[in-house]
Every structure is written in structure tokens, then in C-alpha cells.
Design a protein around this ligand. Structure first.
Ligand SMILES: [Zn+2]
Length: 366
């Protein structure tokens, strides 16, 4: 395990300042001071003609994440009136969600940085994934959960040896995690700022291979539908496609669409500001919360995609359709299928569209 010697810096996605490689759990220091939390993106010095996808940590701690199935769902494509439709089944990752890709890079970096513990705010898949990878790396995981955390998620984190602290509300966890990271030497496994930034860019880079895997299986799709909360997955997938574009392997980016349980990104976009608070009630707990991030807005803007709101009722109906095909999904993953119906009705997808849905998790601990 070692840092990639080609990683040459981190560039702010807002002010474009270039910082030396390192750990910036609060994003760009300059933009934070200006009141605009902004993520950083990894910058590599790659030789000309280098087409392999670079990641920050080489030979990271692994539990076998990645290389997930991408199923060709011809019947669904026909039912939705689109040309092709694939299901990228991220539930096939070791702890059952896409988060394992991020945890492998992030926890490996934590160990290389000399940390002995990782602190995170999560009541779901991220907490379980970080707990598992911390166990694999020999690090302590400190997870701040909410009191309504599903019992099976809580139990899974504990079985992997995580220390849990419960809070009444979601936002109440962030000051606790901030204290652990700022004052007690913990490595940040999730955001703890409000307004938030994306998770550590080294972790988010772990999502890039999703683009490569889709490209290897499906070629270049026209549209990718991604369940989205704070946009780490959305942004990481965009970075992957951007790499393929820069390497000359694709002529343009696919459009990335962000699935949300209620309007956050469309309102942030209208306001020209990601920092608002847009609360709503939802059972799609993996993409719940009232905040959004600059990286989400930029992923949509750069790829030409849209935010898509999907109600719990529409997500539940889509969940049943997938179950009738033998596929278990958590509600927020099934929402991606409901989003296809909406995009098709709005004329944003048509009979020529080649669409990939990211099924983030199967809800086995919901
Ligand atoms: Zn900046």
C-alpha cells in the first residue's frame, strides 16, 4: 500500500487553487474562509498516452470491492421506451453498497496518514462500509448515528467493531464528528461541515472505476441515473468519465442525472447557490437530508444532466417492478428506475437513449 507517486496536487472545484497532496477534510481552505465550502479534485501528472485510470492509493486495503455486474435489462428498456437500459448492481460490493469503493481508498489513506481512528456521521451504508474497512485495516471506527438508525445497520457496524454514538437529529452529529477530527486526531470518513463539502477526494476517487466498468460493458451510454444525497457518487462517476474523455477514449460525456426524494438541487440551481437548507420527509433514507453540495451542482452542469425528484410512492412502485425481476433494491436505488419514467415523459430520454441505472444497494439492512 502506498500513495500514487503521480498524484501531484488537489484542485479546488470552485476557485481552482492548486494545493499540494494531503488531507483537507473541510475542502478548499480559501473558499471555506469565504463562506463557500468547496471540494478538491485530485490532479495527476500522467505521461502522454497514459489511458489507465489513476487512483490515489496503490494496492489499498481491499475486501474485493468493484467489478460489479452490469445487467442488460431489455424488458425494462422496452417498457420504458428507451433504446437500452442497464442496471449497475453496486449491491454486489462486499458490504452491499457502492460505499465500499470509497471506503477502500479513504481508510487506506487514513492508515498511510498515520491515523488510528476514522470518524464519520452515517446511519446507513457508509457507516457499515467504513466499519468493515477499518476492521480490515486495523483502525478504530467512530460512527455518529441517529436514534432512528435501522437496527440491522447499527448491528452490522457494531459487529465490525465500530464505536457508535447516537444523536436525536441528523445535523446534530456533525459537530461531534468535527470535534473528533479537529481536536482528537480522527481521520474524517464523512463530511461534518454545514453547509457540507464532499467526502475526502481520495475516497471519492474510488468511484471513478464505475465509469470504466460501464464503458467496458456498455460502451458510451447517453444517460446515467444516480441516486444522490451529497453527491460523492455522482461526482466520482463524473471524474471517471472525464478521465476517459481526456484520454481520448470517448468523444463526449454521458449526461448524469441526480435522483432526489424532494427538490434540493433544482432549488440550489435556481438560487445559484448550493448552501441552502431544503428539508423534506422521505423513506428513501440513503438519499435523505436537507443539504446539497457544489460538487453535485457541478456534476450536473458539466455533464448536461438534470435533477429528478422521485416520490416515495413512485420509488416503492419501481422497487416492486425490480422485485418481480428478482432484484432486491433499497428504496433510494429503485428511485432510479422511477426517474427513468419521469425523464422519458419529460422528453429528456427517447427511443435512442442508452441508459445506465446505478443501483446503489439492495436494502438488506433496511
Ligand atoms: Zn477554492
Amino acid at each position: 500500500m502506498q500513495m500514487n507517486p503521480r498524484l501531484s496536487g488537489l484542485r479546488c472545484i470552485r476557485c481552482e487553487a492548486l494545493l499540494p497532496p494531503g488531507d483537507y477534510p473541510e475542502g478548499c481552505p480559501q473558499c471555506l474562509q469565504a463562506g463557500h465550502p468547496a471540494s478538491l479534485a485530485c490532479h495527476y501528472d500522467l505521461a502522454a498516452g497514459h489511458t489507465a485510470m489513476a487512483l490515489p492509493v496503490l494496492n489499498p486495503v481491499t475486501l474485493g470491492e468493484g467489478a460489479t455486474p452490469c445487467l442488460d435489462a431489455a424488458a425494462l428498456a422496452q417498457a420504458e421506451g428507451v433504446g437500452r437500459l442497464w442496471l449497475k448492481c453496486e449491491s454486489a460490493n462486499p458490504t452491499g453498497s457502492h460505499k465500499d469503493r470509497m471506503a477502500a481508498q479513504l481508510v487506506s489513506r487514513a492508515r498511510l496518514a498515520g491515523a488510528s481512528r476514522v470518524a464519520a456521521a452515517s446511519s446507513g451504508n457508509a457507516g457499515v462500509s467504513l466499519a468493515a474497512y477499518c476492521a480490515a485495516a486495523g483502525l478504530q471506527a467512530d460512527i455518529a448515528i441517529t436514534r432512528n438508525c435501522p437496527p440491522l445497520q447499527r448491528e452490522a457496524m457494531q459487529r465490525f467493531g465500530a464505536r457508535l454514538t447516537a444523536f436525536d437529529d441528523s445535523l446534530g452529529r456533525w459537530p461531534y464528528v468535527a470535534d473528533l477530527c479537529r481536536n482528537q486526531g480522527a481521520f474524517a470518513g464523512t463530511n461534518y461541515l454545514n453547509p457540507p463539502v464532499g467526502t475526502h477526494p481520495y475516497g471519492v476517487e474510488g468511484y471513478k472505476p464505475i465509469a470504466q466498468e460501464i464503458f467496458d460493458t456498455c460502451g458510451l451510454p447517453t444517460d446515467i441515473v444516480v441516486p444522490t444525497a451529497r453527491g460523492d457518487l455522482l461526482w466520482g462517476i463524473l471524474l471517471g468519465w472525464q478521465h476517459l474523455l481526456t484520454a481520448g477514449l470517448i468523444p463526449q460525456l454521458p449526461r448524469l442525472h441526480a435522483v432526489e426524494p424532494y427538490a434540493r438541487l433544482s432549488r440550489a440551481h435556481a438560487a445559484g447557490d448550493a448552501r441552502g437548507q431544503w428539508e423534506g420527509a422521505t423513506d428513501q433514507y440513503s438519499i435523505a437530508g436537507g443539504t446539497t453540495t457544489l460538487q453535485s451542482l457541478q456534476a450536473l452542469a458539466r455533464s448536461g444532466g438534470s435533477p429528478v425528484e422521485v416520490s416515495d410512492a413512485a420509488a416503492a412502485q419501481a422497487q416492486q417492478r425490480l422485485e418481480h425481476m428478482g432484484l432486491a433494491t433499497e428504496l433510494s436505488s429503485a428511485a432510479a428506475l422511477a426517474a427513468v419514467t419521469r425523464l422519458r415523459r419529460a422528453g429528456q430520454l427517447d427511443a435512442e437513449s442508452a441508459v445506465v441505472l446505478i443501483l446503489t444497494s439492495d436494502g438488506r439492512r433496511g
